[in-house]
Design a protein around this ligand. Structure first.
Ligand code: ATP
Ligand code: HMH
Length: 274
């Protein structure tokens, strides 16, 4: 039997299916990596916001990880919502043992503006988990929290990517431009080179779970052995098509469409117009 790429997500659950664990597993499935999940928190949320949160006890998070690690291959893994310091300590201990590319989506606030992790957890994430990441994928507000400076321009985004690699020790940083005016431009710095991934901005209110989906796609491609550059380039095309054909569901910010990249699988990033 040929190599079966196996991808793991350690994240929170979004019962409305647009973000968190559900977005990650849909992405893994679409991109043909075998998907596994460790659930850190159950949220009650939908397209309009977060109505409630229940944190899984830390020993149960560790048990979920142990069950997978004792039995299943893990070729790449990502983390999303890790709500508190105790949960982070469990993950910090296990990252070296998993010994696979680690994609960190430093989730702090939901698309709706609701906070998803505590302030102490933000600090712990920056000081303890960031140095373990193969690639970290902050949006602009998250990058501002990490470096403690405002980001207003594309040059500021590039500088933030460099700072995160040089000062915080992540191997690579992808700063996402979803929260800035103009085209949707993301910058990847891998310690040597700065790469630019640009797509036309799509006018839509349906952007629930875009960050989760992008980092899950990178995880799926890295599990298959893709290079950093290829993984990010293909993931950017995936998310751009998923946003362009996003689903008008719910009363708030609707979910992205995971079928669209399949239907448009030969589309080039430059060809996607709003
Ligand atoms: N309106 C848009 N049109 C095209 N691409 C977009 C748009 N909004 C976001 N993107 C792209 O989607 C990806 C995710 O970026 P974004 O900054 O939205 O992440 P995020 O804020 O972490 O997402 P989330 O809403 O899940 O928290 C990036 O590649 C970004 O450039
Ligand atoms: C569970 C969860 N993780 C991440 C996000 C960020 O979009 C969210 N809204 N919910």
């Amino acid at each position: 039997m040929k190599h079966i790429p196996c991808a793991l997500t350690i994240a929170g659950s979004d019962p409305s299916g647009g973000a968190g664990i559900q977005a990650d597993l849909k992405t893994f499935q679409e991109l043909q990596s075998y998907g596994m999940s460790v659930i850190t928190s159950l949220t009650a949320q939908n397209t309009t916001g977060v109505q409630g949160v229940y944190h899984i006890p830390t020993d149960m998070i560790e048990q979920q990880l142990t069950s997978i690690m004792n039995d299943m291959p893990i070729h790449a893994f990502k983390t999303g919502m890790i709500a508190n310091v105790d949960m982070m300590k469990v993950i910090e201990k296990r990252v070296p043992e998993i010994n696979a590319p680690y994609i960190m989506d430093p989730v702090m606030v939901a698309t709706s503006g609701d906070p998803l992790i505590s302030t102490q957890a933000q600090q712990y994430l920056c000081n303890h988990l960031l140095p373990l990441a193969t690639v970290v994928t902050p949006n602009i507000p998250e990058a501002e929290t990490i470096i403690g400076e405002k980001i207003n321009t594309e040059d500021d985004m590039k500088e933030a990517a460099i700072q995160i690699v040089k000062h915080y020790g992540a191997q690579a940083a992808l700063i996402k431009g979803g929260h800035i005016k103009g085209d949707a431009v993301d910058f990847l710095y891998d310690g040597n080179n700065m790469f630019t991934f640009s797509a036309q901005r799509i006018e839509t209110k349906n952007s629930h779970g875009t960050g989760c989906t992008l980092s899950a796609a990178i995880t799926a491609f890295l599990a298959q052995g893709a290079s950093f550059y290829d993984a990010v380039k293909r993931s950017k095309t995936y998310i751009t098509l998923a946003i362009k054909h996003s689903l008008p569901l719910g009363n708030g910010s609707g979910p992205t469409n995971h079928w669209a990249p399949r239907i448009n699988e030969t589309t080039k990033l430059e060809e996607i117009k709003s």
